[in-house]
Design a protein. Structure first.
Length: 285
């Protein structure tokens, strides 16, 4: 792995003074209720041998995305940004153009919306959302899917409606690892993975398992992903600093290495960097 570029395909940053994070007000999130900046990121990625990262939006706020792009544009570590635009608005193409014309605009690699928080399980199939996704496609960007298991059927329909848009599934759609619930997650993952324009991130799993997680608990869920997507359509992401609720950055990377130990060198190279580099076209924009 030393000769291969290692990519953390999913992490966050936030500055509480610059941009309030109301979602952190929940008592359970108190351990991560502080600032996390690029210097903090560099410390943990350097120790883990990570060469490049993909910074993912936290808030549904286009100004946050602009700030992330400006930061990435001056960074030798953050290779891409998955940002946010209002997909329901009629001017998605213009929103994307404004972001790309600003500082660091060439680091915009994808778009994400917090679909997991939408009360409508069919949100992804709304006509206005599909129109917004077509604008993302036309801009040559990727769309990150942040869903929960009950939203997978709508995700499948959206993916089928846009076969020429690449979708990246975050956190394997957040399976209930702690509760041990297998369905409808496993069937939904299999159906989604059957569509060739979908890849997935091995990310966020320790948080879904809880602070007493073990690699053995994670393995059945990762096994489903490996069987459904194959290594060439999987990418490792830390979900740092959210992962700190259950594990350190080093522990997340170590778990990923253990869970993929049976793969060949080329397969591991894909999971730990190749897939993210190809899908997000890192360094090519």
């Amino acid at each position: 792995m030393n000769a291969v570029i290692r990519v953390d395909a999913h992490h966050h940053l936030w500055d509480l003074a610059a941009r309030p994070q109301d979602w952190l007000d929940e008592p359970a999130l108190a351990p991560i209720r502080r600032d996390y900046g690029q210097d903090d990121l560099r410390a943990v990625t350097t120790a883990a041998g990570v060469d490049a990262t993909v910074l993912v939006q936290v808030l549904p706020d286009i100004d946050e995305t602009a700030e992330f792009l400006a930061l990435a544009g001056k960074s030798d570590l953050i290779a891409g940004v998955v940002g946010w635009v209002d997909l329901t608005a009629p001017d998605v193409a213009e929103q994307l153009d404004r972001l790309r014309s600003g500082p660091g605009g060439d680091r915009l690699v994808g778009v994400r919306h917090l679909v997991q928080s939408e009360p409508d399980p069919e949100w992804l199939t709304r006509p206005d959302v599909l129109a917004g996704l077509r604008a993302v496609r036309d801009a040559g960007l990727v769309y990150d899917l942040l869903t929960r298991p009950h939203q997978l059927p709508a995700a499948v329909r959206a993916v089928r409606a846009l076969p020429d848009l690449v979708f990246v599934l975050d956190h394997l759609s957040k399976p209930d690892i702690a509760g041990g619930s297998w369905e409808p997650w496993a069937s939904g993952i299999a159906e989604l993975a059957a569509e060739p324009n979908v890849v997935a991130k091995l990310s966020g799993l320790v948080t879904e398992a809880g602070p007493l997680w073990t690699v053995e608990e994670l393995w059945p869920f990762v096994d489903v992903a490996l069987e459904a997507f194959g290594p060439e359509r999987l990418a490792v992401g830390s979900d740092w600093p959210v992962c700190l609720l259950a594990a350190s950055y080093a522990e997340v990377v170590g778990a990923a290495e253990e869970l993929t130990a049976s793969l060949g060198d080329a397969e591991r190279a894909a999971v730990f960097g190749g897939t993210a580099t190809r899908v997000y076209r890192l360094g090519q924009r």
